[in-house]
Design a protein around this ligand. Structure first.
Ligand SMILES: [Zn+2]
Length: 477
């Protein structure tokens, strides 16, 4: 049997019909990714397959390490082709890991490669991909066009300048590009040095001298305003879990003064300060009609030796096992009580919490905005067939699948757009099978309409991103 056919992951005529009639042609609104704004503004070109596909990919490094590949070929000083060969040798060993699907789907959709990647096919695939990348259509903007990306949101620190976004807004790029406000560094009071360096940068960027807590809040508010003026409508926070204890102005001011003076906050104070700021950020988002994203539950940089050697975000992270659900409930409730609950998307990393999270968010739906609180798409270690199905099933059973804002790449790479196709196939397969079994009505308009909404229209409505250039080739953008 062939591998990635037109009906890949689609078991049966109904699933196939749903996908090809209702999902495949929908534009993409990639509302959370990590593409560098500078690459987008410069319309980056890629020298070779390593540059676009392997550089910085910690998913692949983890698989290579697990397959006994030396670090020199992952993050080390081997040359790009040697690293590609090391990856190619690893690919056959990744059978049943999502990397096996992604690898072949990406090679097929970008470069028309139909062979399986291994040590034997690697040289020809390297040549073919590099020849494609030399084509003008394979620059950053060409790729966004090819995958019908109507809009995307990058991930930006409040201290980042928005000059690339400014340039993009006036460029010929048809994809609307928006910044996203991610102030994680404002919560890192346990390392006073690092915190103060960041506060100094914020001070310079916002043009506010920051001595006391109200100055910090003023600077953050100014950056939030500036992001809003540049089209930003989403914030994002990466948290081990929602901060627990409430914290008033006096306590927060005391903690800030100590840390600003050079003393690291202890864990309790850090948690209290985070709690205070998260409420403040919630208020900012609610006032502006933004959506707040919470990425909960990653335990990061667990391997101390490798962290010292390679730095953070190099593939030494896991699913954490903190109690999440009651902390999330208390956080949402504090915002709600303060009449400051914005639209929220909760991305859960521990699958055992899927159902509990799905029921917790249901407590804060408010009847004014459909799907106001969202159970986010399967994330990181769960972004694979089984994890996607788990998320879809928990959301369906404890909430409304029909209101789901759907998939995002969450990727640093320009080669991740087939993730949307992958998600859409899994979604159509799940629903098509239930139609075949008579568990859903055999009504293509009803089920297909919901699929269409989940693929694009729900997100377009929910985020209410400001219109950029009208674009005839991206219908519904
Ligand atoms: Zn992310």
């Amino acid at each position: 049997m062939a591998f990635i056919t037109d009906d890949f992951l689609l078991h049966g005529d109904t699933a196939s019909r749903l996908y090809h009639s209702w999902a495949a042609d929908q534009p993409i609104l990639d509302y959370h990714c990590h593409l560098p704004p500078g690459d987008l503004a410069a319309n980056r070109r890629f020298a070779n397959l390593f540059d676009i596909w392997l550089a910085g990919d910690h998913y692949k490094w983890r698989a290579m390490r697990a397959n006994g590949v030396a670090e020199r070929f992952c993050t080390g000083d081997a040359d790009p082709y040697e690293k590609f060969l090391a990856w190619a040798r690893t690919v056959p060993a990744t059978l049943r890991n999502p990397l096996y699907h992604w690898t072949h789907l990406e090679l097929l959709r970008y470069f028309g490669v139909t062979e399986l990647l291994d040590e034997r096919t690697a040289p020809a695939i390297w040549e073919r991909a590099n020849a494609c990348l030399a084509d003008p259509d394979f620059d950053a903007h060409g790729i966004l066009r090819r995958f019908r990306v109507a809009g995307l949101c990058t991930t930006d620190d409040p201290v980042d300048g928005l000059e690339h976004h400014e340039a993009l807004a006036h460029s010929a790029l048809e994809t609307a590009v928006y910044p996203c406000f991610r102030p994680d560094a404002a919560l890192r009071t346990r390392d006073a040095n690092r915190f103060n360096t960041w506060v100094d940068r914020l001070s310079a960027r916002a043009n506010v001298s920051i001595a006391r807590l109200p100055d910090l809040l003023d600077a953050l508010r100014r950056r939030h305003d500036d992001f809003h003026a540049h089209g930003c409508r989403l914030s994002d926070h990466g948290l081990e879990r929602c901060p627990g204890e409430p914290c008033g102005d006096v306590d927060a001011g005391r903690i800030f003064d100590r840390v600003r003076g050079g003393a690291d906050a202890d864990p309790d104070d850090a948690d209290r300060f985070a709690s205070y700021l998260m409420l403040f950020f919630g208020r900012l988002d609610a006032d502006r009609g933004w959506t707040k994203q919470l990425h909960l539950g990653a335990i990061r940089d667990v391997n101390a030796t490798m962290r010292r050697a390679l730095g953070p975000d190099t593939g030494f992270d896991s699913i954490g096992d903190w109690p999440q659900v009651s902390a999330l409930g208390r956080f949402l409730d504090r915002l709600h009580t303060a009449r400051s609950l914005p639209k929220v998307i909760v991305y859960n990393l521990n699958p055992s919490d899927n159902y509990a999270m799905a029921t917790m968010i249901g407590n804060f739906q408010d009847g004014a905005i459909a799907g106001k609180i969202q159970l986010g798409s399967a994330w990181w270690f769960l972004d694979q067939k089984e994890g996607i199905e788990w998320q879809l099933n928990a959301l369906s059973n404890a909430g409304l699948l029909s209101r789901f804002v759907g998939m995002l790449t969450d990727s640093r790479s320009f080669m991740s757009y087939p993730r949307h196709e992958y998600f859409r196939r899994v979604l159509c397969n799940l629903l098509g099978a239930e139609m075949d079994r008579g568990e859903l009505p055999g009504d293509d308009e009803l089920v297909g309409g919901m699929i269409q909404n989940i693929c694009h229209l729900n997100a377009a409505t929910y985020f209410a991103l400001p219109a950029r250039k009208p674009s005839p080739s991206l219908k519904g953008a």
